[in-house]
Design a protein around this ligand. Structure first.
Ligand code: NZQ
Ligand code: ZN
Length: 388
């Protein structure tokens, strides 16, 4: 295991009715807040009203920034920064899924930065301060509610880039499984695929003897296999929604990645797809991940795939490692299919036109991606071709 420092200061309020925690949290932390929302789901399902009731109880003045798009755009980040400056905002409350939370994080660090917020994403400048943020999560997927990451798309260049900083971790997050009941089947399934992909990015690693992280990772994957289909079929199943929600948070809050070399190649490839074609991140991952798995499977990586097949899918350990690995990859792909997700680029109308451009863009900053197997431009093109 590699040395690490474990510090996750986000307070999680998990369960029914936990929205009430907002009143005391805001009283402690805020003078005037910006409430950030997406395209209107929280207005239709009553979550916005429940949150605003608490804001009013806390007697904290607020203004609103609505309309954040899935795959959030830099334009709305600039808009939020202007609003915060003009209105002297000192706290941001994000009410929504990963896109709303990510936009809020980018606004939070952009407000206190003298230069262009895009510098953080494109020039390697690290945010060292940010306005504090709180979140009310409405979709289980990204883990943004407990991590310091944000992913923003610059519209004109179609670059979708991620940054991470401890100053971007939310102070608190409200996770009420009932708030995810209205997420439709497609986004529920895409969220499950995203959670699983986060686990894979950290699980498939050459770091030796990180058993604690790996066994937790396998348990989280099994939770996704058990409850993902239930949440898709029965949207108001509390146990399914609760388990998927908590699995999503733990899948990307550092718990299973600390002390390990991580990969993140599938994400780098998917971000190129959603940057250009604006598809759902989780759907893009359902297409890329099984093909990434096939591509990186080799004598050097087969043991990990065998662990995955045996411990997660229950494949007979007496079989040859190679067949366990292939079976596990096939089962992964079929699982995404049964959730109703696309598993080929054709299903989301993505042709081969920009493969080379996407591969070049994915490796632009580091000259390569991934660590379980390092991928160069030609590897990415090959994964994309096999995804057709
Ligand atoms: O816009 P609204 O009206 O809110 O509707 C959203 C959106 O259409 C809807 N939705 C959310 N909660 C709902 C709901 N509909 C009904 N009921 C509810 N309770 O779902 C749609 C998708 O929402 P979005 O926030 O875009 O989804 P997600 O949470 O999957 O976030 C995806 C974004 O996060 C990035 C992705 O790349 C993508 O841009 N990621 C962020 C990460 C992070 N910060 O750590 C890591 C991830 O790997 C990922 O890259
Ligand atoms: Zn993801």
């Amino acid at each position: 295991m590699i040395n690490f420092t474990h510090n996750i200061p986000t307070i999680i309020y998990f369960g029914k009715g936990q929205v009430e925690a907002i009143e005391a949290e805001l009283k402690k932390r805020a003078e005037k807040i910006l409430v950030v929302t997406g395209q209107g789901s929280v207005k239709r399902n009553g979550i916005f009203d429940a949150v605003i009731k608490q804001v009013k109880k806390a007697k904290i003045p607020f203004i609103e920034l609505s309309g954040i798009l899935p795959n959030p755009r830099l334009k709305s980040v600039y808009q939020g920064i202007e609003l915060c400056k003009k209105e002297k905002i000192d706290f941001i409350l994000a009410v929504g899924g990963g896109s709303v939370i990510d936009a809020s994080k980018a606004i939070a660090c952009g407000v206190l930065y003298k230069g262009d917020v895009w510098d953080f994403f494109s020039k390697g400048v690290r945010p060292v301060k940010a306005l504090p943020i709180g979140t009310v999560l409405t979709l289980a997927a990204t883990g943004s509610e407990m991590n310091g990451n944000t992913v923003i798309t610059k519209e004109d260049t179609k670059r979708k880039l991620a940054i991470g900083s401890p100053v971007l971790r939310p102070c608190f997050s409200v996770l009420d499984p009932e708030y995810t009941y209205t997420v439709n089947r497609y986004h529920t399934a895409a969220g499950v695929a995203d959670i699983m992909a986060h686990i894979f990015e950290q699980y498939f690693s050459h770091t030796h003897a990180a058993d604690v992280q790996d066994r937790i990772a396998e348990a989280l994957l099994k939770v996704c296999l058990k409850y993902g289909p239930v949440a898709c079929k029965k949207p108001a199943d509390y146990d399914a929604r609760a388990n998927i929600l908590w699995a999503g948070t733990l899948a990307l809050n550092d718990l299973i990645g600390e002390g390990k070399e991580e990969d993140w190649a599938s994400h780098a490839i998917e971000h190129e797809l959603s940057a250009i074609y604006d598809i759902s991140h989780g759907a893009g991952l359902a297409i890329v991940v099984p093909n990434w798995m096939k591509h990186v499977l080799s004598g050097k990586t087969i043991n990990k795939f065998a662990d995955y097949g045996i411990n997660v899918w229950g494949i007979d350990k007496h079989k040859a490692k190679e067949s366990i690995a292939f079976e596990a990859i096939e089962k992964t792909k079929n699982f995404f299919k049964t959730l109703g997700l696309p598993v080929t680029l054709k299903e989301v109308n993505i042709p081969s036109d920009h493969f080379l451009k996407m591969a070049q863009s994915a490796i632009q900053d580091w000259g390569k991606v991934g660590s379980f197997k390092t991928l160069a431009e030609r590897d990415i093109v090959s994964i994309l071709k096999s995804s057709l």
